[in-house]
Design a protein around this ligand. Sequence first.
Ligand SMILES: [Zn+2]
Ligand SMILES: [Zn+2]
Length: 134
Amino acid sequence: MPEPITGRCLCGAIHYACGPLLYPLTLCHCRSCRRASGAHALGWLTVAATDLRYTQGQPVEFESSRGRHRAFCGHCGSPLTYRSDARPAEIDVTLGTLDRPGRLAPVDHIWMEDAPGWDQPGDGLPRYPRGRHA
Ligand SMILES: [Zn+2]
Ligand SMILES: [Zn+2]
């Protein structure tokens, strides 16, 4: 049985376990992720909505744009998940909150059209102006 993917927020009030992955990981540079995180990009992994469980605490969720819901720790503010009403069976989890973030590597950059000019990834991974499939 594969080792579960676990993570937590900065303050430790919220712990989760999730997996298996549905897709390769990505780094999103969209303006919503930028504001939600305060950083230039957010790494994401995606699992089935039923394959994410909180082992301690519960996040706060808000609708960041119509039909799109972001969850974060209500105490320390770590961004934890994203889900869209357009794909209710899936949920995205932030790569940066994993206990072992080095275990899983993103394979590309999405929403580069929203990235500020200085945001120029130098890792050689594919970059997409919008989503992977757009
Ligand atoms: Zn927290
Ligand atoms: Zn984004």
